[in-house]
Ligand binder design. Sequence first.
Ligand SMILES: NC(=O)c1ccc[n+]([C@@H]2O[C@H](COP(=O)([O-])OP(=O)(O)OC[C@H]3O[C@@H](n4cnc5c(N)ncnc54)[C@H](O)[C@@H]3O)[C@@H](O)[C@H]2O)c1
Length: 697
Amino acid sequence: MTGLVGIQQDGEIAVIVVDNPPVNALKHAVRLGIRDAFASANDDKTVAAIVLTCASRTFIAGADITEFDKPPQSPSLIDLNAQIENIGKPVVAALFGAALGGGLEIALACHFRIAAPATRLGLPEIKLGLIPGAGGTQRLPRLVGMEKATAMILSGDPIPAKEALALGLIDEIFEGDPAAAGVAFARRVIAEKRPLRRVRDLDDKLKELRAHPDKFAEIAAAHVKRARGLDAPNAALEALRWTLDVPIDQALEGERKKFMELRAGEQSKAQRHIFFAEREAVKVPGVSKDVKLRDIKQVAVIGAGTMGGGISMNFANVGIPVTVVETAEDALQRGLSVIEKNYRISVTRGALRDEDVTKRMGLLKGTTDIAAVKDADLVIEAVFEEMPIKREVFGKLDKLTRADAVLATNTSYLDVNEIAASTARPESVLGMHFFSPANVMRLLEIVRGEKTAPDVLATAITVARRIGKVPVVVGVCHGFVGNRMLRARSIEAEKLLLEGALPHEVDGALTEFGFPMGPFAMGDLAGLDVGWRMRKAQGIRAEIADTLCEQSRYGQKTSKGFYLYEPGSRAGRPDPEVEQLIVAASKRLGITRRPIEKKEIIERLIFPMINEGARILEEGIALRSGDIDVIWVYGYGFPRWRGGPMFYADKIGLAYIRDRLAELAKKTGDNRHEPAALLTRLAAENSTFDAAQKKAA
Ligand SMILES: NC(=O)c1ccc[n+]([C@@H]2O[C@H](COP(=O)([O-])OP(=O)(O)OC[C@H]3O[C@@H](n4cnc5c(N)ncnc54)[C@H](O)[C@@H]3O)[C@@H](O)[C@H]2O)c1
């Protein structure tokens, strides 16, 4: 035994317990331990049945991802699964917590599975650009049928125990201690002389489809859009199809081969990078693990507009009461009714029940009296983006809130230090920059002010995770990390139009790159007037976007923007009038239009962003290149399988990017394109952002 896996004997039942905290990941030593434990229980004549379970708070929650970049070591999980499945005595897996990935695959190799009520079961490999590599694609459909198996493997989302029971994925739900429940279940199996159920031999759930294999295409069709351009979903569909007509041993070999290919591929490497970067992002220098958090039981949100409403929903969703403060009754009622409408949409989609809406709305208390903030542990301000108003609000909050309250602003661009300075307690102030729609988007930029106290920062990070967000700590500058880089992209997008491209060409290049939407479709969705007003205030002009706004083309809300929208449709189509307007603008500015290739469009849009990202790192506004990647993947739809802009830059090669930027700077005379010092240095060293980050850590 390795110490990570033990055997306890309960009469004639052997209980194998994996004890590798925190999540009992299947690292090499654990696999060795499991192999030996099963071998010994199998050889032991006094053992009539075997139970597999775990210590601590969960069943095996997956493989050890840190082993993915190392050469495989035997025994593999496939070997273990074969060993377990072929044992001639009943093997029962007693699941609790999470049974995910390799954890679920090993459970699938057992003859019976029982689970505690709160267990989540799933195969999340797809989220790392992989497929289940130890029989998951072959055993799951045999147990739950093709439709459900395909949905589980292609979404990667876990299902609750109750659903698993209904599907036949588990045999029973137990209450109480997993080992004891496993032993009791095993005794029943013996007493009732139940036959050993090897999942590999099951046929009933696939029989019909095996007779009509062409129907598989219909099941796959539901997932094809998600699979576009991605290696893993396509590989998963292929492997799933094998369950219909390929002998299982051959299919298992094929599955393993595909898994190994994906693991070595660029897409999975990028997705693993994001997985680790997300976990790394919450580690903040100067904030020790044992800093005492402020307790957040009651929240107040100032402003019930687009952002205030969405922000409030996040807290109500997890049972935290929210006081919503507005200036006038009608604005308040409007804000609350938008929230209710959003919840009702979730009910029609089947994501919420009526009683959930009642409960959540019950947690939201609206008022026009700002003095109601007195009970709040956390206040989030989401009023108009104007410094005098923000200062006034924070001045009031300073007087009205409890001394230990955390005061956050949702500003997109304004100086958090200046906002903090309008209070007598700047150490309690920080930015919590949500993204729109705030109840949906997972990213949360946590803006650390000059004086923000460590406990305030740590509290904000913790609360962000509690409401299901992905927090990334950033420093104070105009636009913080995400919007500052976005601005670099927007400027180039407009220039591309003036030089010869059309909106659908620019957007098309970016969607082909993997973004869900290009900059112009995004502008139409968000409303072009927002940026227009901001530019007017700053005395700057975006020739084309501003001309559109001057013609009251604000985007989807006016059915016209960069594109034309049919009533009720969100899909825009190119508008010849816009093309004329763009051509006229080029002429006005004396620019000779030319055809622009996709490759140039991509480089012109992405490389200046990378350059800005490098400056952001130099200035310490972001702590790590991985933090920037997380921001762009979660906040702006940068394709996860490309790993975010800085990881993508590393892959393209920093020297190439430096040269292209230098060329662009020379050609346009725009010194914003001069390669950043950090980019220049790393390129000269033939290094990468990732390597530099790892070296610094
Ligand atoms: N809309 C976005 O995409 C987005 C994204 C991230 C951050 N933000 C930021 O969030 C903030 C709010 O933006 P929004 O889009 O929700 O604006 P909005 O205009 O939709 O809502 C602002 C609300 O604040 C209310 N308000 C104004 N002054 C107030 C006061 N003194 N007390 C109470 N309520 C007051 C207004 O009545 C209005 O309902 C801004 O700072 C903005 O920059 C917006």
